[in-house]
Design a protein around this ligand. Structure first.
Ligand code: SF4
Length: 460
């Protein structure tokens, strides 16, 4: 009973978060930056922040995550970090030779008020950025927002720094990826290829954070969206932004800057969200949906139909990032399950509106909350008040799952104690089958463990 002190009596808290359902802004910026080919993320702050962010990503993706730091000392904390960043830019380009340095800030550099925009311009003016190399930046103060905000800020910085409109339109569609696994980004590209739709996906961490073992260390793996591709997004026909919290700001900026119209969709998790993605891509790219994709959809439907009796009415608690939780809730409703408790540490009004429209008729008793006080402690208290049949979320839920004897499906960030998430997709029809397999496996493992001996079944 690791969380034995959690009680079911809920007291209104104004200033205390217990076990937050989010993490720190710069981690999101660092992850997004790794989705640019040849990019070295740079943390403008103290070494401790950078080490934590790198280790969080390394432990989730099981890959060495490279990033540089301005290494603030007491002196830079008082007088500002300009000298550190200028020196860092010079050193990084001469020693590590990236195509792009992507700078994000930390609580410390934000609190002392470093103007990173001005410092980056000074680095360019002083000739510290070699020809053909790039320095981009975004602000990621971690005392507001969450890792999702940091991801969104870095993706917006990509548009701000690179997207350009030329005289010639390109027959391609931009897809701005929300925070999903490298496997999911690979799956989005596979679906587009299957549909013969030409896309530019950014950021793209496939082949960066799920690289094959070749016996040879590549400091900059082969994956990631390239700078010319990012530049070309300004000439694309249309943009599809997947996950409003992570990508809509970038899509709006791209429209304002280069007049590329956009649609904001949910990340394609589950049947309906994938249907919407596939039909939007078909329309935007002017291509047909091939039979192979329809077949994938049919297989998912078949699986749902076969397994419906094990899922019907099951109460589910979930937590994590809003861009995952909204389509996941929709998918659980498609399965006739009951998403009953939902929390996200990421603030933003549209979360409540999305949940309201999904749940008010189908599960009116559902409780959901986001922002500072929407933490794992509150979720646990709700579960204590009335139990659930399944818990879905990142690794940190394992304590609740253990204490309450709940089937537990790991999904989201971070997953520190299992593998597979970065290799097998959750998006698309195939991803939905993966997710459904996990959900069923967790529920049925518990049934097998706990049913009386005379009831144990060999066949489903
Ligand atoms: S000080 Fe701020 S940026 Fe650094 S690890 Fe802590 S929350 Fe993140």
């Amino acid at each position: 009973m690791l969380l034995r002190h959690t009680s079911d009596i809920i007291v209104d808290r104004e200033a205390l978060t217990i076990n937050p359902a989010k993490t720190c802004q710069p981690i999101g910026a660092m992850y997004a930056a790794l989705g640019i080919h040849g990019c070295l993320p740079h943390s403008h702050g103290s070494q401790g922040c950078c080490s934590y962010h790198r280790s969080a990503l390394t432990r989730h993706y099981k890959e060495p995550v490279m990033a540089a730091t301005s290494s603030f000392t007491e002196g830079s904390s008082v007088f500002g970090g300009q000298a550190n960043l200028l020196q860092a830019v010079e050193t990084i380009f001469s020693v590590y030779n990236p195509d792009v340095i992507a700078v994000h800030t930390t609580c410390l550099s934000e609190t002392i008020g470093d103007d990173v925009n001005q410092i980056a311009q000074k680095a360019r003016d002083d000739g510290k950025v070699p020809a053909g190399k790039y320095l981009i930046h975004c602000n990621t103060p971690s005392y507001v927002g969450s890792h999702v905000t940091g991801y969104a800020n870095m993706v917006t910085a990509m548009v701000k720094s690179f997207a350009a409109k030329s005289a010639t339109k390109k027959n391609q569609t931009n897809i701005i990826s929300g925070w999903v696994e490298p496997s999911d980004m690979r799956e989005i590209k596979r679906i587009a290829r299957e549909m013969q739709a030409k896309i530019v996906l950014f950021p793209d961490t496939s082949d960066v954070l799920d690289t094959p073992m070749t016996g040879k260390h590549e400091f900059y793996p082969k994956g990631g969206v390239t700078v010319p591709e990012l530049v070309s997004t300004g000439d694309s026909k249309h943009t599809i932004a997947l996950g409003p919290f992570c990508t809509e700001d970038a899509a709006i900026l791209l429209e304002n800057k280069c007049k590329v119209k956009f649609d904001t969709l949910q990340i394609p998790i589950g049947l309906k969200a994938t249907d919407t993605f596939v039909s939007t891509l078909s329309r935007a790219a002017g291509v047909q949906v091939p039979e192979s994709i329809n077949d994938e959809r049919g297989r998912l439907l078949d699986m749902i139909t076969d397994m419906h009796k094990y899922l019907y009415g099951k109460r589910v608690a979930l937590y994590g990032d809003p861009d995952i939780l909204v389509p996941l809730t929709e998918f659980l409703l498609t399965l006739d399950m009951k998403p009953i408790y939902i929390v996200s540490g990421t603030p933003g009004k549209r979360f409540e509106a999305s949940m309201e429209s999904l749940l008010s008729k189908k599960v009116p008793e559902a409780k959901y909350k986001n922002g500072e006080r929407a933490d794992m402690f509150l979720l646990h208290q709700w579960i204590k008040q009335e139990p659930v049949d399944l818990l879905i979320g990142n690794t940190y839920g394992k304590y609740i799952a253990r204490d309450e004897n709940l089937p537990f499906v790991r999904l989201g960030f971070p997953i520190l104690d299992r593998v597979g998430h970065s290799y097998f997709p959750t998006v698309g029809y195939t991803g939905a089958m993966n997710l459904l397999t996990k959900i069923l496996g967790a529920i049925m493992d518990k049934m097998d463990r706990e049913c009386p001996e005379e009831k144990i079944e060999l066949v489903m």
